[in-house]
Design a protein around this ligand. Structure first.
Ligand code: AMP
Length: 245
């Protein structure tokens, strides 16, 4: 069994980003970067499915190799770095990952359910279509049973369990695994693991953007809360001021 996990380098979840002065995007020039949290969960799950060999793949700039090192410190055996300085849309990333899947022939492709920078939640879905593989999104459990992937998915009303033929594409939700703390010795070991370097331009994939960003704005500032003296005043205000009850 072989698992390929797609990991993206994104702005660290704890950083508050701001729009660029011309509102064409988000200013990330000096921001601290980290592995997308859902991808950390995906890697953690992949390495605990013990019977599998795990490769991590990223599509990104030179610095994205740091994200692959973290993936290997968590336990991935090796990594593939498709190098580009372009900022790619989910369709373009899915096409690139499709090319990697064709070379690697994994039994399972694991992705995060979404990248916390653009919140697109599209790449896994597009990849499954391009690879013509079954898909389970928002996984909170994955078990291999009789040569099929049995995946429990988070849904609005609870959970749904599905059985997928191999190979399959699965996207990780929050409860799929708890990523371990990455120690310095583990990072040291990860430095000795192999990273295959592929130049995106050499793959001959059409990655031209299909989307034009018209503007990026900060969310409206939240109004300050109001302290009430007790239940009576709360009910009165909800009834007569907010008109919600
Ligand atoms: P998105 O569709 O952009 O929300 O991303 C969903 C998932 O696709 C992420 O959690 C990653 O697993 C994967 N992904 C997106 N962009 C990249 C990238 N540049 N390199 C590797 N994986 C990616």
């Amino acid at each position: 069994m072989k698992i390929l996990v797609a990991v993206k380098r994104v702005v660290d979840a704890k950083i508050k980003v701001r729009p660029l002065p011309d509102h064409s995007g988000v200013d990330v020039k000096l921001a601290k970067m980290a592995m997308n949290p859902f991808d950390e969960i995906a890697i953690e799950k992949a390495v605990t499915l013990r019977e599998a060999g795990v490769a991590a793949v990223t599509v990104g700039p030179l610095k994205a190799v740091d994200t692959l090192r973290v993936a290997m410190a968590i336990g991935a055996d090796r990594a593939v770095h498709v190098r580009t300085d372009e900022s790619l849309e989910p369709l373009a990333v899915a096409k690139v990952l499709h090319a990697v899947v064709e070379r690697e022939k994994p039994d399972l492709v694991l992705l995060g359910k979404q990248a916390i920078d653009d919140d697109a939640n599209q790449t896994g879905q597009m990849l499954s279509a391009l690879c013509d593989m079954p898909l389970a999104t928002f996984a909170n459990e994955i078990v291999l049973e009789g040569g099929r992937w049995v995946v429990t998915r988070e849904t609005d009303g609870g959970t749904q369990t599905v059985s997928l033929a191999t190979p399959a594409v699965v996207t990780a939700d929050l409860r799929l695994a708890e990523p371990r703390y990455v120690t310095l010795p583990a990072m040291g070991k990860a430095r000795k693991k192999p990273v295959e370097d592929i130049e995106l331009a050499g793959l001959g994939i059409d990655t031209a953007p299909r989307i034009r960003i018209l503007g990026v704005e900060e969310p409206p500032a939240r109004k300050a809360g109001v302290m009430v003296s007790g239940v009576d005043e709360l009910v009165d205000r909800l009834k007569n001021e907010a008109h919600v009850i």
